[in-house]
Design a protein around this ligand. Structure first.
Ligand SMILES: Cc1cc2nc3c(=O)[nH]c(=O)nc-3n(C[C@H](O)[C@H](O)[C@H](O)COP(=O)(O)O)c2cc1C
Length: 172
């Protein structure tokens, strides 16, 4: 059976809660909190499927626990070929609508650069209102945006539907 690793960086707990829900939805998935459980890039090698979670901060940046690993990935380009990857994360489309969940777009770029198979779990922009998002690629988000500040009531259903979609697309 394919091994699923959920790697999550979350400052206020919103993306972490989403990761915990995803852990329930993906049988046998392991959750790696970037703040507490992450050691080095080698950890990606333990899994066939990576669900990568990060909230967005600053000017559309990844959550702080991702900063060093992403820098290392950019420089070292570890070989992630053969791994299927999908992205999710929290943002705020109202107050930070100029960079809404932009971190997902940056993560997508870096994992793609390392040879991982991306393109899973792309999500319609319908139902979100924002000015700009670097996560919007070819008319869709390159992962699942959640927004507990403005649309908390939609989060659980979004996660459930997204998990189903990813399982079908990845054939797991
Ligand atoms: C200083 C600051 C900057 C932020 N920048 C962004 C941003 O650029 N884009 C975005 O979508 N959300 C932004 N947010 C909103 C957070 O991503 C949002 O609060 C999210 O729920 C945090 O998730 P977490 O608890 O998983 O860390 C920002 C919030 C703060 C306080």
């Amino acid at each position: 059976m394919a091994k699923v690793g959920i790697f999550v960086g979350s400052s206020g707990g919103v993306t972490l809660s989403a990761a915990e829900k995803l852990q329930e939805l993906f049988d046998g998935a392991e959750l790696i909190n970037m703040e507490e459980d992450y050691n080095d890039l080698e950890q990606f090698n333990d899994f066939d499927i990576l669900l990568i979670g990060s909230s967005t901060w600053g000017q559309g940046d990844a959550q702080r626990d991702w900063v060093d690993p992403l820098y290392e990935m950019s420089n070292e380009e570890p070989d992630l070929s053969g791994k299927k990857v999908a992205f999710f994360g929290a943002g705020d489309q109202e107050t930070h609508g100029e960079f809404f969940v932009s971190a997902l777009g940056k993560l997508d770029d870096i994992f793609h650069k390392c040879g991982a198979k991306t393109g899973f779990g792309h999500w319609s922009t319908d139902g979100y209102t924002y000015k700009y998002s670097y996560a919007e690629k070819a008319g869709k988000f390159c992962g699942l945006p959640i927004d507990d500040i403005n649309q908390e009531d939609l989060t659980e259903a979004r996660l459930t539907a997204w998990a189903e979609q990813v399982k079908q697309e990845m054939k797991i």
